[in-house]
Write a protein that binds this ligand. Structure first.
Ligand code: SAM
Length: 224
């Protein structure tokens, strides 16, 4: 099974059950989007952030490597494009690029991270902004494991076990359907990039970088 592929239909319920508040999180970044109209979200998944922006009159494009996730975003009326964030080129530059909810951590190493950040810079209009949000990396580096389980619908459970090995953070998703006796595991390899490395790479490509801390969420706001 893969949470982002054949189990994508459970993603929104999973987020709802863990209490992810997309509207509140968009509220945090809205002040940085003043006078900016066009927005590209990288790793948008099922488009929950993008939907809130669309409802606030932004021109939004959802992008992801997973067509299954994008097909759910499309049902919400959002324009979608299959893009690998590690290297991309848009037909038309945008005012804002978003990389939210740890999507940046799907870069496997600094080489990929640099390509990702340089592609963002090349696809932004003058004065444009890249907004990255990840769980506070320094806090993640102090945590070895994190486990929780939710019933996403009657008889269907997802247990998430996060295990850290150095800078690698493995998310293991265990899917259990008691009605059909299905049990499947999906492992995602992610990388914890230290804040100072993210800042230093951003400064190679962007004029200014700002940091904003909101609880566990750390935002890096870079301006071209
Ligand atoms: C943690 S989910 C976040 C989804 C969405 N932004 C949200 O907040 O609900 C990470 C997303 O990144 C996507 N992803 C992983 N690697 C990617 C890549 N190289 N390029 C684009 N998207 C990628 C996954 O398919 C997944 O939808």
């Amino acid at each position: 099974m893969s949470l982002y592929k054949n189990k994508a239909k459970f993603y929104d319920k999973f987020m709802e059950k863990i209490g992810k508040d997309y509207e509140k999180e968009v509220g945090t970044i809205l002040p940085y989007l003043k006078e900016k109209k066009s927005v590209l979200e990288l790793g948008s998944g099922t488009g929950n952030f993008a939907k809130v922006l669309l409802d606030n009159y932004f021109e939004v494009i959802c992008s992801d490597v997973s067509l299954e996730m994008l097909s759910i975003a499309k049902e919400k009326g959002i324009n979608c494009k299959k893009i690998d964030m590690r290297s991309f080129s848009l037909d038309k530059k945008v005012d804002v690029i978003l990389s939210l909810f740890n999507t940046l951590m799907y870069n496997k190493n600094e080489i990929e991270l640099k390509k990702n950040i340089s592609s963002c810079k090349n696809n932004l209009n003058t004065g444009g902004k890249l907004i990255i949000e990840v769980n506070n990396p320094e806090r993640l580096l102090q945590t070895d494991k994190h486990v929780y389980s939710v019933e996403i619908e009657p008889n269907v459970y997802i247990t998430q076990i996060d295990l850290r090995e150095g800078v690698k953070l493995f998310h293991h998703f265990i899917f259990i359907d008691l009605s059909s006796n299905e049990l499947a595991i999906d492992t995602h390899e992610t990388t914890i990039f230290a804040s100072e490395r993210i800042i230093s790479i951003l400064k190679e490509f962007f004029k200014s970088v700002e940091i904003l801390d909101k609880g566990n969420h750390r935002y890096f706001i870079a301006t071209v």
